[in-house]
Write a protein that binds this ligand. Sequence first.
Ligand code: TXA
Ligand code: MG
Length: 332
Amino acid sequence: MKTKLIDMTETIEQSALAEIKTILQRGELVAFPTETVYGLGADATNELAVQRIFAAKGRPSDNPLIVHVASKRQLLTLVTDVPDYVETLIDTFSPGPITYVLKNASNLGKTVTAGLNTIGIRIPNHPVALAILETIERPIAAPSANRSGKPSPTRAIHVLEDLAGKIACIVDGGSTNIGLESTVVDCTKSVPFILRPGAITREQIAEVVGACDIYETEKITEQPKSPGMKYVHYAPEAPLMLVEKSKIAGVISTLKGKRMALLYLSPSLKETAVEETIFLGDTEEEIAKHLYDILRSLKKDKFDVILCEMPTLKEESALVDRLKRAATEVVT
Ligand code: TXA
Ligand code: MG
């Protein structure tokens, strides 16, 4: 299959939107930008189209997809037993980087929810994503548009690297703004519960609705509630070691002879004697925005090991969560 590239970095043409609608209505796949990462979209009401997502990504079938909608009204038609606090969350944070897991009331096929009785839904805050959703007037199932296991795509070129020839179309909307996937919140109980941390934090949610819980990071490997969290994720080609600053010199000496890259935060590490040092950024937002692009750029033919300085952030920050999941080893 030839993958068509549609450029929406400058303008969103009506004719291009019409073309995308036709492709989606045919049951084919369209990758498109959101404010978090690029999504691989299919008409969520078309069972065969949804199955194509799993095939193109190499995604395990027990990992449900996030359904994207254009509005709160559309969101509420797909769910039932909605606790009162959910409308407050939607009014405060959506469109935005947050996914609500709610009791499924839709007649979408089994594949999209991986057979669960809940459904994850979000309203993305990106002009291209919203224009596509408003044009198609149907829910769009869209996981991140990477091959399973790889870092999520934050630029159209990343999608092309992973899925060229496997999907009908990629819409280029430039680099995504946030760079890490949305906060996934289980909203089926009386208190919201974060299954995957993202740009919307536990504090922000608790501030508007009174309380919010989060899974304990130590339990990452135990029976996860969000099926997707049990798989290897976000990994660069070479093994990644996440190392506390004070341990970096020691780790480097034990790895003598290996070709190493060091992703650093402290300016004093810039001149470290390894093949390459790469600065991760000054702020949490800046690091998040570029992280996956950097991880993708580190190819195994150039490096045997990637070392990454552990950020001094809360355990539950999305950045620490993703780095831990990308790492084969954590040295603290
Ligand atoms: O920012 C994002 O959320 C991006 C963009 C494209 O919207 N999408 C994304 O999708 O990251 P994906 O499929 O890569 O991750 C979806 C996560 C998985 O961990 C999945 O297990 C969880 O959401 N999830 C989806 N539906 C769920 C449900 N009903 N119950 C629990 N977890 C669910
Ligand atoms: Mg993903």
